[in-house]
Design a protein around this ligand. Sequence first.
Ligand code: ADP
Ligand code: MG
Length: 572
Amino acid sequence: MLKQFFSYYKPHKRLFIIDFSSAVFVALLELAFPVAVQWFIDELLPTGDWGRIVWVSLLLLGIYLLSTFLQFIVSYLGHKLGVNIETDMRQQLFDHVQRQSFRFFDNTKTGHIMSRITNDLFDIGELAHHGPEDIFIAIMTIVGAFSIMYTINPELALITIIMIPFLVAVITFCNTKMNKAWRNMYSRIADVNARVEDSVSGVRVVQSFTNEAFEMNRFREDNGSFRLAKIAAYKVMAWTHSSMYMLTRLVTLLVLVVGAWFSYNDRLSYGELVSFVLFVNVLIKPVDKIAALLEMYPKGMAGFRRFRELLDQEPEVLDRPDAVDVPHLNGNIRFDRVSFSYDDSKPVLNDISLSIRPGQTVAFVGPSGAGKTTICSLIPRFYDVDLGSISIDGIDVRDMTMQSLRSQIGIVQQDVFLFTGTIFENIAYGKLGATDEEVYHAARKAHLEEFISDLPGGYETQIGERGLKLSGGQKQRLAIARMFLKNPPILILDEATSALDTETERIIQQSLEELSENRTTLVIAHRLATIRNADRVVVVTKDGIAEDGGYEELVQKGGIFAHLHNIQFQEA
Ligand code: ADP
Ligand code: MG
């Protein structure tokens, strides 16, 4: 784990070296100070040479100005180093999450991902900056101070140093407790984030059910658990701090009293006594640092562990090393004895075989939950099949690069996901780097022109968060424009018009038919009127493909499809 941690320093080696060497220099100056004071009192003062005394004082001032400057460097560059590392990690994690497969997102709360990408990394940054530097400086200072003290007076040096293991013992004891407390705090804040994400993105549902109070109560519970967890962590921290404080003051007092006694017996000069008391202060600093580190370490490492946990989760669907680029698919799609389940408990598709000719429009109908969407999700490899295979133009989809496969499949769903931004940006999302002309052309083809030109902002109109300011039909048209721009040979329309009213559906239907011209098209639809022109109808039930044939042919056949047909058209 530590080795992994240190690998993040590599790109910032120079920064680290400058920061580190400045810190070492500062520590050396700190060590020199008590010695200088001792010499000042014992050697310089008795000479009464005021010219020299002033001169030495100026020299000390110079050294401390230098030390101040170095302190600034350490504080500034050290934090910069921490922030750089934190930023690298954040980017790496975001990139990694982007590559994850659908199943990952099925099983992971968005709020949890958010808190890993944000909060968890703060403490890692702090640790990255303080960790190695502080531990090195602390050891150097303790060893250095002890050596100097030992040459002055071994007994008093031993008395002083003997206290350090006590301090360390107390801290280590607290450390274990702290580790647990911080981990708990992290899970609780992740819960809070998840709750906020859920309630805020669902706020329209919340308010329409007037369930605000219910949501507030649920949030109060999570927030309360977080509060308790954080307070508990701080309590452990407070215990650590006060124990430390007491122990260090005891050492100072002890050194002062014992030192005074030595001095009274002429075994210690005044300068040496002062120097000793100063050294206690020099020693307390690194011990404090170690304490801070022991507090930071579990926090940072808990964050780092969570960070790595997520990072080590390999995407389930990946390019094979020998995957081929297939730039021009015709759209001859074949399912060969495909079986699939989302989780082992419940098979969704069982031994499905199916062949679709290039350019054909195939409609999938059947009860909700039968697996129509699932069939379509397998083609672009949102999930991989468990058994059997899916091929396009004779090539297994798992042998193609995902880039070439997915760039040639367009999906229009019932829920259109639009990004916060302008109409132009949302259409252009279909083909990054598209020219303005291409975007306008796509909008024309999706019959969006009139609507857009009526808007005061035109193409630059903000559509609100997730397209909130657009109607269902307008969103759907935007999605269609996106598809015209993407221009894929294979098109999947998954209940694209199901959420629309009949009139809007009729109009959108026209655009969809224009869109599906010259493309292999899979249409999932509930209203059979929208699939009248399909070349072929496949009826999917929980037991697999029940019927497969032309529209009229299936109506004549008098099976499931004929039944569905009769219900719908009798109603009409
Ligand atoms: P359809 O599109 O025909 O209505 P789906 O393909 O969406 O059906 O769903 C088929 C079955 O798979 C259903 O039982 C559904 O509950 C289940 N299912 C769909 N998506 C997921 C998912 N992401 N994770 C787990 N189960 C799922
Ligand atoms: Mg579906």
